[in-house]
Design a protein around this ligand. Structure first.
Ligand SMILES: CCCCCCCC/C=C\C/C=C/C(=O)SCCNC(=O)CCNC(=O)[C@H](O)C(C)(C)COP(=O)(O)OP(=O)(O)OC[C@H]1O[C@@H](n2cnc3c(N)ncnc32)[C@H](O)[C@@H]1OP(=O)(O)O
Length: 299
């Protein structure tokens, strides 16, 4: 559904969208997506400025934008709609939740569930990564809060990352801290951004970086005062938009296609691997302990 907000700005909400089969269209698979009109349940908010072609997608899945199956599906559907929309030229990804960009994958989706659930969840994680890493349009992550693990992955898929200058916010692939392992395509995305040695240390220690440290290792491209994150993202998008589109798009694809193709060539095996890994008693125990630690932190 779309409603006009102010001149040239459309508010697009996917509402309680449903996927009829598989996941979003990319590479060899395709999906028919439908939307119902219940915007109140929407976990994202998209504003497309038709005068500039810039869409701002805000994540609003309380409390911490953790990436559960529904949320991932909704993001994927909206990205697909924007990709098909000729009036959209680039997408800024940001958060409507205070202090958090995204808490990463929803741990509750990987804990105490059955293998079928794990498989469906992992498929949706693959879908969002394939959609974003292979996205034809420009994407900029306006990182206005903490961004661990899967949250960092979402940011890493963007063409450019701008982070709020707040030392309380951290970003990184901290999977080992939970006793789990970032899969090869998380690793490849990190490696393509920060280089081999930094990725190796970062992944083994499960390091989380403050904005200034993230800038030093090129995990983010720019650190700006919090209130300027969105405006800087818009300015940066304008610079990207000044480049001839087809040349930029081919260059992006040239850099990323080998990594995308690697997952496409073994999606089912990757799902099987995940299900077998996450179902192990020792891994379930680690996740249970981590969840308890998160709860205790409060008290
Ligand atoms: C051999 C190879 C095999 C390969 C197999 C591959 C396996 C790989 C599998 C998975 C990859 C995993 C990727 C991930 O993304 S895992 C998730 C990592 N995320 C985190 O570690 C973040 C944890 N959370 C935090 O650090 C903090 O919550 C915070 C900084 C995000 C926010 O802090 P604060 O504002 O203080 O809020 P609270 O901590 O109080 O949290 C509020 C509320 O939310 C719950 N919560 C937080 N994060 C998550 C999450 N990721 N999933 C689910 N729930 C989360 C938290 O527990 C609180 O809940 P409440 O007590 O009920 O209110």
């Amino acid at each position: 559904m779309a409603a006009v907000l102010r001149r040239g700005v459309k508010l697009i909400s996917s509402g309680s969208s449903q996927l009829l089969s598989g996941g979003c269209k990319h590479g060899r698979t395709s999906t028919l997506c439908i939307s119902s009109s219940r915007p109140s349940s929407s976990k994202i908010n998209v504003e497309l400025d038709s005068s500039t072609g810039i869409a701002v997608m805000r994540f609003q899945n309380p409390l911490v934008n953790s990436l559960n199956l529904d949320f991932l599906t909704e993001i994927c559907i909206s990205l697909e709609k924007l990709e098909l929309d000729k009036s959209c030229r680039g997408v800024i990804l940001t958060s409507a939740q205070p202090k958090i960009f995204s808490a990463g994958l929803d741990i509750l989706e990987m804990y105490g569930k059955n293998p079928e659930h794990y498989a469906a969840f992992w498929k949706s994680v693959q879908e969002i990564w394939l959609k974003l890493y292979g996205y034809s349009k420009i994407t900029i992550a306006a990182i206005n809060g903490s961004s661990p693990a899967g949250g960092c992955l979402i940011a890493l898929t963007a063409d450019y990352r701008i982070m709020a200058d707040n030392p309380r916010y951290t970003i990184g692939l901290n999977e080992t801290q939970l006793g789990i392992v970032a899969p090869f395509w998380f690793k490849d995305t990190m490696l393509n951004t920060v280089g081999h040695r930094t990725a190796e240390l970062s992944l083994q220690f499960g390091l989380m970086y403050t904005p200034s440290d993230a800038l030093k290792i090129n995990l983010v491209d720019l650190v700006v005062p919090e209130e300027q994150v969105l405006s800087t993202a818009t300015e940066t998008m304008t610079k990207f938009l000044a480049i001839p589109g087809h040349a930029r798009e081919i260059s992006k694809s040239m850099m990323r296609k080998p990594v995308v193709d690697r997952l496409l060539s073994c999606r089912d095996a990757d799902i099987k691997n995940f299900v077998s890994f996450i179902s192990k008693d020792s891994i379930q125990k680690s996740l249970g302990q981590y969840l308890s630690m998160l709860k205790q932190k409060k008290s």
